[in-house]
Design a protein around this ligand. Structure first.
Ligand SMILES: [Fe+2]
Length: 184
């Protein structure tokens, strides 16, 4: 379940409807996927893509996505720091950033054209569609682990364009984690 923090307002949203509504204000779509055919989070990529084929196909039709793959990032991933560094500065893409989290967690910061920066922490079962052109930056949580399905309209469009504003400097990449959210 995703959480949304608004650091400048000291707010944390953890309820699914509230999270979806807040993200919707920034044009970001949030869904929870229940696979029709459960598959191990560690299954080979082909098995994962096959298990989620109905959801992936529906998204492809909706968003004009043509390809899907599985990205696997772990602490031992070669050049992990260099890879993360590319996405830690505020940027946008010429295509949607679509991620379905299988395992681990990730932290997106999104800066809407109007309104406060949101820190969106995603975990297993969360699907996020960040529209092309959205100003954002990304980091991993402390365990440096994420496995996710990605969808692309055109993989070439996924090159980051940097805003150069330095907006990311004011926000600590802090994850709350699934166990540190107070019970409602
Ligand atoms: Fe990005």
């Amino acid at each position: 379940m995703a959480t949304v923090r608004i650091p400048t307002e000291g707010k944390v949203l953890t309820e699914e409807g509230a999270v979806r509504a807040k993200l919707g204000e920034a044009g970001i779509e949030y869904e929870r996927w229940q696979p029709a055919h459960p598959v191990s989070e560690d299954a080979p990529a082909e098995e994962v893509l096959a298990a989620y084929a109905p959801e992936i196909d529906a998204l492809k039709k909706q968003g004009g996505y043509v390809t899907a793959d599985v990205i696997d990032v772990k602490p031992e991933t070669p050049n992990l720091e260099a890879m993360l560094q590319k996405f830690r500065s505020e940027h946008w893409h010429d295509e949607d950033e679509v991620r379905f989290i299988l395992k681990g967690r990730g932290l997106f910061h999104v800066r809407p054209r109007e309104g406060a920066v949101m820190a969106i922490e995603v975990g297993p079962g969360d699907l996020l569609r960040v529209p092309r052109g959205t100003w954002h930056w990304f980091d991993l949580c402390a365990d440096r682990r994420v496995r996710a399905i990605r969808l692309f309209q055109d993989p070439a469009g996924w090159t980051p364009h940097y805003t150069g504003t330095g907006a990311e400097a004011g926000f600590e990449p802090v994850c709350l984690g699934p166990t540190q959210i107070p019970p409602r």
